[in-house]
Write a protein that binds this ligand. Structure first.
Ligand SMILES: Cc1ncc(COP(=O)(O)O)c(C=O)c1O
Length: 410
């Protein structure tokens, strides 16, 4: 059994410890307001999801990046209700596995429109995806180029360029991505193996708070376009990945500011590829969800008061664990006093027998919380259900759709 102690106060990039007096709540759309959530008679835990918020987030990205085709990163929240709502808006999809491709096909989206952006895939997955109509695959190694050439002859490949991801909460460039020279080599190799050298992609890391990160990365892509043009290769796609931040309790750069930088950088490329793509995940779904939990226990420990919930790090709130319990999600309770009661700094943990499912430290909550009260964990629509396991017998919470097609409708 794992056990973790209270983590150090070392800064998590882009976050701050929740302090007394700091706002503990973000403005909530009405279907996700405490008063609305209190009226839902559904056994906890569950993820209350307002798909109207997803739709509006999609429209916002599309409004600010009108030249871009949006491919939602399915991994972020693969619920069919979310996928259907996005597809109805005209959104396309990005998948990392055959399992995700099946989810997209199940809502009627064709494989031919899907981007398979996981740079390292099982050979059988490449072959199966190709049989099901997928023609575009990310690569970032010679082995992967050879794999695609063997398993999906004649397919199109786009190279994952490593970029600066130091301003993100979840960096990705250590695991994936190659430098400029290697990117060029891989696309030339692809051409020599009968594949189409189709494009370039990158990911600035998830929850990236540097508004200029995409701009700098696109400029780097421009250098690759220039080098390849000299070798007679003109790329058809620039895919700027995801990473767009959602507002938890801290302000983040707006999509409008980020889009300005992107538009400038694209206008400075040696040429504009015919297809411009973005793959947002978090920014489309994070604010659409509230994890509705019940307090199943309260206890006074040596380090202060603890509260035990029916959902924890393993069944829904993994990102809170990944960040050492130092990421401030907005928290509210079902207490009718509207949060005016005296507050104490609680440690908030999950239902399992491991201490490692602990989610929050120094979370200021009403001192008189008791078993049966609800705790609402806001901005929980991203990377929550998709990470949830059944560890210790506590299964993934169901998704309960609230609101409707229009944002904020109860
Ligand atoms: C290839 C790819 N595209 C898009 C995304 C979505 O990123 P985000 O949720 O930060 O927007 C991810 C997330 O890991 C990814 O790996």
């Amino acid at each position: 059994m794992l056990a973790t102690g209270r983590p150090s106060n070392a800064a998590v990039p882009g976050t701050e410890l929740r302090r007394r007096g700091a706002p503990a709540t973000a403005p909530a759309p009405s279907a996700l307001a405490s008063t609305s959530l209190r009226r839902i008679h559904h056994q906890t835990p569950f993820l209350a999801c307002d798909v109207g918020v997803v739709e509006e987030s999609y429209r916002q990205v599309q409004r600010h990046l009108p030249a871009f085709t949006i491919h939602y990163a399915v991994k972020c929240n693969p619920a069919p209700q979310v996928l259907r709502a996005l597809a109805a808006q005209g959104c396309q999809f990005e998948v990392a596995s055959i399992g995700e491709l099946s989810l997209v096909e199940a809502i009627g989206a064709p494989g031919s429109a899907v981007l398979f952006s996981n740079p390292v895939k099982a050979p059988a997955a490449v072959a199966a995806a190709h049989r099901r109509g997928v023609t575009r695959f990310a690569v970032d190694s010679a082995a992967e180029v050879h794999k695609v050439a063997t398993q999906a002859p004649g397919a199109s490949v786009y190279v994952r360029l490593a970029v600066d991801d130091s301003s993100s909460l979840f960096p990705l460039s250590r695991k994936f991505g190659v430098g400029l020279e290697e990117s060029e080599r891989l696309l030339l190799l692809a051409r020599s193996l009968g594949l189409t050298p189709y494009g370039v992609t990158f990911h600035v890391g998830s929850q990236c708070t540097d508004a200029k990160a995409w701009q700098k990365a696109i400029t780097r892509c421009g250098a690759l376009l220039g080098r390849l043009a000299e070798r007679g290769v003109r790329l058809q796609m620039l895919d700027i990945g995801g990473g767009f931040p959602a507002r938890y309790t801290q302000e983040v750069p707006s999509i409008s500011t980020i889009a300005d930088g992107i538009t400038t950088a694209v206008s400075e490329l040696p040429y504009t590829p015919a297809l411009l793509v973005a793959e947002p995940g978090r920014s489309l779904v994070a604010t659409s969800g509230v994890m509705v939990t019940s307090i199943i226990g309260v206890a006074e420990r040596d380090d202060g008061p603890w509260v035990y919930l029916d959902a924890g790090g393993y069944n829904g709130m993994m990102e809170a664990v990944q960040t050492g319990g130092r990421w401030a999600f907005p928290l509210r309770t079902s207490r009718p006093d509207g949060g005016t009661a005296a507050q104490l700094p609680f440690t908030v943990t999950g239902p399992s027998c491991d201490a490692s499912d602990t989610m929050f430290y120094d979370a200021w909550l009403p001192a008189d919380l008791e078993v049966g009260d609800h705790l609402y964990i806001g901005v929980a629509g991203a990377y929550s259900l998709s990470y949830a396991s059944s560890f210790n017998g506590f299964g993934p919470p169901p998704l309960v759709v609230v609101g409707g097609a229009e944002p904020g409708r109860v």
